[in-house]
Design a protein around this ligand. Structure first.
Ligand code: ATP
Ligand code: MG
Length: 138
């Protein structure tokens, strides 16, 4: 059954001009782009989005980075979307990412790692609702 997940092309990848190539990988892997919007987010918005990481040593720099420039917020759909996107993304640290994954190809560091993907169906539902209104999800 089709499932929805939430994804971000992070500011590092947008700055480097990798957005189109990353979207091509996503579509080639069989995802439909249900919704997409480019915007800059505030540090406060980033903190709310990554609230699960509050207090971790990388939390403040992560929120600075995520608010450092425009990004693309996306809702993606396919069978098994959550797990399949995580597989397509590769490991958080690009040094550990498998060959052929988006992070292997496009990530610069463990922080500036090109793409976000929800890690479970319930977090996907929270994250979609955090960034998109119902009327934006066609
Ligand atoms: P994301 O949630 O962005 O899809 P992830 O699930 O692979 O990534 P998380 O553990 O949820 O990884 O961490 C969220 C983000 O925080 C990472 O994608 C990365 O940008 C940053 N991050 C995680 N661990 C570190 C670290 N040790 N040092 C620097 N940044 C980190
Ligand atoms: Mg995560």
């Amino acid at each position: 059954m089709p499932q929805r997940t939430f994804s971000i092309v992070k500011p590092d990848a947008v700055r480097k001009g990798f957005t189109g190539a990353i979207l091509a990988e996503i579509e080639k892997a069989g995802f439909q782009i249900v919704a997409i919007k480019k915007q800059s987010i505030s540090k406060e918005q980033a903190k709310g989005f990554y609230a699960v990481h509050t207090g971790k040593p990388f939390f403040e720099p992560l929120c600075e980075f995520m608010s450092s420039g425009p990004l693309f917020l996306m809702v993606l759909e396919k069978d098994n979307a959550v797990a399949d996107l995580r597989k397509l993304m590769g490991a958080t640290n690009p040094a550990n990412a498998e060959e052929g994954t988006i992070r292997k190809k496009f990530a610069g560091s463990i922080q500036e790692n090109a793409i976000h993907g929800s890690d479970a169906e319930d977090t996907a539902a929270f994250e979609i609702g955090y960034w998109f209104a119902g009327h934006e999800l066609i």
